[in-house]
Design a protein around this ligand. Sequence first.
Ligand SMILES: NC(=O)c1ccc[n+]([C@@H]2O[C@H](COP(=O)([O-])OP(=O)(O)OC[C@H]3O[C@@H](n4cnc5c(N)ncnc54)[C@H](O)[C@@H]3O)[C@@H](O)[C@H]2O)c1
Ligand SMILES: [Zn+2]
Ligand SMILES: [Zn+2]
Length: 428
Amino acid sequence: MAAGGSREVIRYAADQNGLSSFRPLHRLKDKAAAGHAANVKMKEHPMEHRYQPAGHGRRILAAVLRAACEPLAFEPAVLEAPRRQEVLVRMVATGICHTDMVIRDQLYQTGMPMILGHEGAGIVEQIGEDVTTVAVGDHVVMTYAYCGLCAPCATGHPAHCAHMGALNFAGGRLDGSSSARAADGSPLHDHFFGQSSFATHAIASELNVVRIRKDVPLELMGPLGCGLQTGAGAVLHALRVGAGASFVAFGAGAVGLAAVMAAKAAGATTVIAVDVHPARLELARELGATHTIDSRTTDPVLEVRRLTGGGADFTLEGSGRPEVLRQAIDSLGILGTCGIVGATRQGTEVAFNVNDVMIPGRRIMGIVQGDVVSRTFIPQLIELYLQGRFPFDRLVRFYPFDQLTQAMADSERGVAIKPIVRFEGVVA
Ligand SMILES: NC(=O)c1ccc[n+]([C@@H]2O[C@H](COP(=O)([O-])OP(=O)(O)OC[C@H]3O[C@@H](n4cnc5c(N)ncnc54)[C@H](O)[C@@H]3O)[C@@H](O)[C@H]2O)c1
Ligand SMILES: [Zn+2]
Ligand SMILES: [Zn+2]
């Protein structure tokens, strides 16, 4: 990669802090022309047996976003060998998160065509020569990408990495390259959330794969890498909901229900779930909600105020709807904090009463991925799961990979809370 190209990418990444667009400034480059400098060097390395030479890529079957709002297309493709700090993961299963639909519908503009999917769980099949923290055969959960070097990363907030947009939504690495090519040789965007897990195999950086214990069902674990760590992390890390606190989840989807379970685990004594699906509210009760509110029939702001004696200590907006964010702010008590995790179309604005925020000292906090360090948090969530204190398997419904479109539709219709597609028997 030429130095000039790198500078351009850094400028691009900085532009993404405004989050106005995740589209890359320049198109994918022809990597053959770029010379695969890293791979060429690898040939001289004593551990070269780990690598496939560039050009002898891994054949995969992938679900590709080719047009906004259209079902993903199943296509054969080829992944290049992992670069020095990368790993190739054979996918066992991947969760579907609402954010996959946000991108399918281009509420955030991204590179296209792109392989989506970002809750992958699989087995490491190949590693780059500089990889030290995972080995071939390890079971891993894939999570979001971060640079590891910027100020937010260096101070323990990698989910707020300065390069978050470029690394997770642009559809490639920071240098503008991607790993995948379509069957006709044309480049495909990948690295969606640093992984693009809707495929039989995925390339990720060593930074964003988390090795997990082998005695838990790997096919269940993928959603820990996004939806579940987001809800649980928002409660345990970002908001720091404590024993005796009151907490309200607006939206009892996968993120909201993970938050409900975490609030219970943290000892919150009033845990309220708000949704428009009675079945989800019922499940919320089973998972630890002390109260539920169907906002189609009951004003959630008045009801939260009534249940909490004036307003909640913490609320979490997990529906992705602007009018619900306003409710989550208005439901706060004095010194209460509202966390925002729900994703809205780029450019969405929400009005609130300034004095009603300022005078009671209410706070509003944006939260990505629960503001957690996945490398430590995901194993902790697995421990809580094994102790029966984070029973996220209750949210899951499995589908074969070829029913991905159905699984996405079921999530949107409220039929499945956390669909997971399995790759068993899928041949690339
Ligand atoms: N910030 C992050 O890091 C992050 C991570 C994961 C997901 N997300 C976003 O969080 C949101 C939730 O994700 P999810 O996978 O749980 O989605 P989901 O679709 O499973 O959950 C959304 C829930 O909101 C409910 N809802 C709809 N209208 C409502 C209303 N008026 N009042 C209350 N609830 C209402 C839906 O019935 C559904 O249960 C999405 O916007 C997703 O894109 C953000
Ligand atoms: Zn997600
Ligand atoms: Zn960073």
